[in-house]
Design a protein around this ligand. Structure first.
Ligand code: CA
Length: 312
């Protein structure tokens, strides 16, 4: 495999049952092998993706103190600003050359029993105006992807959607600063160290700079080459566990391609997370005599906190 499969999502959104299933099975095949694929025709206009990336760019250009006032505080809330080198995705390497800003969905904002609240930059009212509707679009789209995976696994089509109905997802803006020569960065350092994602699925919008690589089961790194009007989707650890290793959560990293390491890279990730109290146990269609159940049940919360505490 030299590049990620590109799957047309249009027929899943508008087609009949058999057309939907065909798209879903393509997604399953990619999820079983490399754990990543790209989708085109996802129903979110590219102009809105571009606007969200522009909003991210404006946010990260704010003075350091303004961003620091919105700092990330705990794994439990997992919201706020994370400075360059604050996070180490690969604990065997130096900390990551990236900064990030995490937000939650509107549904969790409105939930009075949920103490985690978004930290909106007060001096930038247009930030919230642009980003809040975009988060909602990501949520709607994520439900379509979860539906497709359920269909592909012969589950009730709402199986995963129901388990995510509290929408405890993390929306994350990312900025990988331009790496000028002679600033003490080593060419071999990663913009983001090799890691797997923690949750169920991740959606990723990336600009055209490149650098994202995915480790195939053969051990080779495959470039997730930026492709216009596509979104990258990948399987996270929780989904791998939930499907008894049928779907695969593959390691990935962000490198510094020599032709673009002196440029800033921006991306937006949407980490889908099942409801906190959801018990994650191998789904029945993924347990067979040749593939017996490998995992004890765990709640989403137990799994996520263990993973987050390792990266900070
Ligand atoms: Ca990731």
């Amino acid at each position: 495999m030299t590049q990620l499969p590109i799957i047309d999502f249009q027929k899943f959104l508008t087609g009949n049952e058999s057309e939907k299933r065909k798209v879903a099975l393509q997604m399953r095949q990619a999820s079983e092998t490399i754990g990543f694929f790209m989708l085109k025709n996802i129903g979110i206009p590219s102009s809105e993706v571009k606007q969200a990336l522009q909003t991210a760019k404006r946010f990260f250009s704010l003075p350091a103190q303004v961003k620091q006032d919105l700092a990330w505080q705990s794994a439990q809330s997992n919201r706020g600003y994370i400075a360059v080198r604050r996070e180490t995705l690969d604990p065997t390497q130096k900390a990551d050359l990236k900064e990030a800003f995490n937000l939650g969905t509107q549904k969790t904002e409105l939930d009075l029993s949920d103490p985690a609240k978004n930290k909106w930059p007060a001096s930038q009212p247009e930030f919230r105006q642009n980003i809040e509707p975009f988060i909602s679009q990501c949520t709607e789209f994520s439900f379509q992807v979860l539906k497709a995976l359920a269909i592909a696994l012969d589950l009730d089509e709402n199986f995963f959607c129901d388990a995510h109905d509290q929408q405890q997802h993390t929306f994350r803006l990312l900025h990988y600063p331009a790496l000028a020569e002679n600033e003490g960065y080593d060419n071999h350092e990663k913009r983001a160290g090799a890691h797997t994602d923690y949750g169920s699925i991740t959606l990723l919008f990336q600009d055209d700079i490149g650098g994202l690589e995915v480790k195939a089961k053969t051990g080779e790194w495959v470039s997730a080459t930026p492709t216009e009007n596509t979104i990258v989707v990948n399987i996270g650890d929780l989904m791998q566990r939930w499907t008894n290793d049928v779907l695969s959560s593959n390691p990935h990293r962000v490198t510094q391609p020599s032709q673009s390491r002196d440029k800033d890279r921006y991306s937006i990730a949407y980490f889908c997370t099942p409801n906190r109290d959801q018990i994650i146990e191998s789904v029945a269609t993924c347990v067979t005599p040749s593939q017996p159940n490998k995992y004890e049940p765990v709640t989403t919360q137990e799994h996520m906190e263990a993973r987050l505490n390792r990266a900070y």
